[in-house]
Each structure stands twice: as structure tokens, then as C-alpha cells.
Design a protein around this ligand. Sequence first.
Ligand code: G3I
Length: 411
Amino acid sequence: MLSMKHPVSIICFMVLTACGGGSSGGGASSTTPPVSSSSVSTVSSSSSSSSSLSSSSSSSGSDLSLKALVDFPVGVAVNAGNETNSIFLENTAGIAQRAIIEQHFDQITAGNIMKMSYLHPDIDTFAWTQADALLDYAAEQNISVHGHALVWHSDYQVPNWMKNFPGDKAAWSDMMKTHVQTIAAHFSGRVESWDVVNEAFEENGSYRNSLFFQKMGSDYIEEAFINARAADPSADLYYNDYNLSPGDAKFLATLDMVDDFQERDIPIDGVGFQMHVYMGWPSISAIKASFQAVVDRGLKVKITELDIPINNPFDTTNYSFPNNYISELTPALAQQQKVRYCEIAKAYVDVVPAELRGGFTVWGVWDEDTWLINQIFDGKHIEWPLLFGHDFQPKPALDGVAAGLTGQACS
Ligand code: G3I
């Protein structure tokens, strides 16, 4: 495993997970993430960007259904409401996405429309229409919903009124209580679980100096959990983050918080591992050790945002645009990605006992719509991080997940 610097301007990076917001969002990091030495050593090109779709297609074709293979949620993040590429569009993208979702997934996460600014656009205004429509669709399809996210610092999705909210800590505490409880109560009984607080720690293990931390100190975290439990006693409550790597300060801080919550009876049901990972990094042993640490505390483990791009822009030895990057998903690379997906899925079922499996979620339906293209690769080239290709066809990665979730060998 190599280790190298990346620009602070890049929002988020790898490890067991990655990220922190959109192009205008938070989550910037200046730490030194490890990168894969095996993930980006192949093709160089300055022009071609189309994948060999037919040659990299899944072998299992139309019979496979991921959700039928396991008895824990198999989830996917979706665009909905009036977002670009909403699953409700009556065009090819909408129709194809719905077909994929209904065949393979029994849980959905709103990629955006259940974030703070969407649901609580003004201090006295809550906007439910788009999210309710998504939940109605999910209920019709017998699909559960993972709520994302009650509290997240990322600039673009913290409503402006909240950024400008005056008052002391007590006033902030009341305001955040209203925010969390109103939303959690509205969806009570209709969401399986919530990311209650997202990305509260820096890489060095300190609390992120977010708006909420500035106004309330670390109390905003436990108060959010307490308020969420009060408003929706049936939902599983997760702390969700990226870069939860064993031994790293950030993961140790997360575990310290969890231990403290458990000692003081602050409600928490699980840890969400975002897992915006790369082809060769982090190692499967590191992933397993992280899961195990949460299992050891009797908490649920949920893979909340998995994606695995082929290029790794932080591996500056092997990646530079436009001179050195992978511009085509060759069959060999698709096969490597299949194995990687399989190994991660298998690590999950190997380490996490059935009663603690919160679910396995990929962050997007099809390659065209990944957040990585715009927010990690700056729109410079396409990527192939998900289970379905730019043509909506299943990729070998889909077979990899199926094999891994069912404990088969990864090959
Ligand atoms: O809705 C506006 C639209 O009106 C505008 O025209 C357009 C122009 O840029 O922007 C649109 O908003 C974008 C939004 O996605 C909806 O498409 C934001 O700019 C963009 O920053 C935002 O990115 C999202 C990002 O979170 C920030 O909220 C990504 O889609 C979403 O995949 C990403 O997801 C996060 C998880 O919530 C938390 N973990 C990390 C993960 C990846 O960053």
C-alpha cells in the first residue's frame, strides 16, 4: 500500500469510505490517505472514454436478483423528486433505473432529497412532497428506506437560514431538536433506519469544526441521537462516516464516541461505513478489522455508500489527467472490479453476524450517475464505479456482489 499526498481542495478521499459533500460541500481533508498500488497502473489515454460494454457485461444476465440472495437489506442510493436523473422520470434513465431497483434492491437511500436543506428549507417550513413520493414508491415496491441524513455539516445541504441562525447554545439546541424530531416523526414507521449524524470527525480524530460543533460543541451529536430516538423509537440509528480504518485516529475517535454513548445510554444502534473505496485500497483485512470493532460492541454494521472506481486520482504515481489514466473499462479491469466487490461483500458476511447486518448499499444505480465523476474526477472523464454500466447493463461487479454476499469464493 502506498501513501501519498493529495490536494486539500479535493473534498474527500478513500479509505473504508470517503467523502464530505458536494463540490460546494464540506469534508475537505488534508491528511495523507493510502492509495492502491494495484488500481491505476494500466491504460493511458487522452481521448477515448467509452467502455467496452458488451465485453464487460455480467454473465448472469437477467435472472439474478441480489435481494433474493440474502435476508438483510440490499440497498441503493437514488436520485428522486426533481433531481437530474430522477428514478421517476418517464425516459430511458427513469424507466431503466426503476427496473434495476425493483429487480435487485430491497432498500433505497435518497442520494440527496432527504438531506437537511431539502426537508427543512426555512425555519418554519418543512418540505415533504419529494421525499414522501419516494417513500410511497418504496412502500408500493416493498422496499425499505434508509434515511440520510438528519445532521450533516456539508455546506451545500445545510439550509441558509440555519447557517444564519442566531442565538446561544440553548437556542441552537432547541432549534436542532425541532429539526431532528420533526423530520424523524414525519417519517416514523416508514424508514428502517437513519444516518443521524454524518461525518462528525476529522482525520486526526478531533471533532470536525462544523457549524454545529461551533455552536453546540460535541453535544450536538448525542442530542441528535436522543431526539431521533424520541421521535421515532422504531428506527435504527447510525453514526455514518468515511475513512473508518482500523488504527486511524478518526476510527478510534468514532469508537470512543460509541463507547461513551453506550456507557451513558445515549441511543445508537450501529455504525455506517460509507465505503467510497478504491480497487486495491483499503485491504480486505483492514475492512474486516473495522467491521469487527463495531461488532465487538454489539452494534450493527451497515455499508451505506459503497462504490469502487477504476481510477484512483489520489494515486499520483499512476494517475494524472490527461496523460495517465484508465479510459476504458476493459474486460480484465471489469473482472478485477468484480473480485473487489465480491471480496468486500464476503468480508461483510464473514465478519458481521446475521443479527448485526444493517445492510449493504451501493451509492448509485448506474455508472453514469456516480457522484465521483463530477466531484472526484472533476468531470474530466467517465468512471465505472457501480454495478450497472453506462448502458444500464449489469456488469461483472454485479456477479461479484452476488458471490460475495452468498459467501462464495471470489474469482
Ligand atoms: O440541486 C442542484 C441543482 O439545482 C443545480 O443546478 C446543480 C448544479 O451544480 O446542483 C444541484 O445540486 C447538487 C446535488 O448534488 C444534487 O444533484 C450539488 O451541487 C451537489 O454538490 C450534490 O452532490 C451530492 C453530495 O453528496 C453533496 O450533498 C451528491 O449528489 C451525493 O452523491 C453526495 O453524497 C454524499 C453523501 O450524502 C454523504 N457521503 C458522501 C457522499 C459523496 O459525496
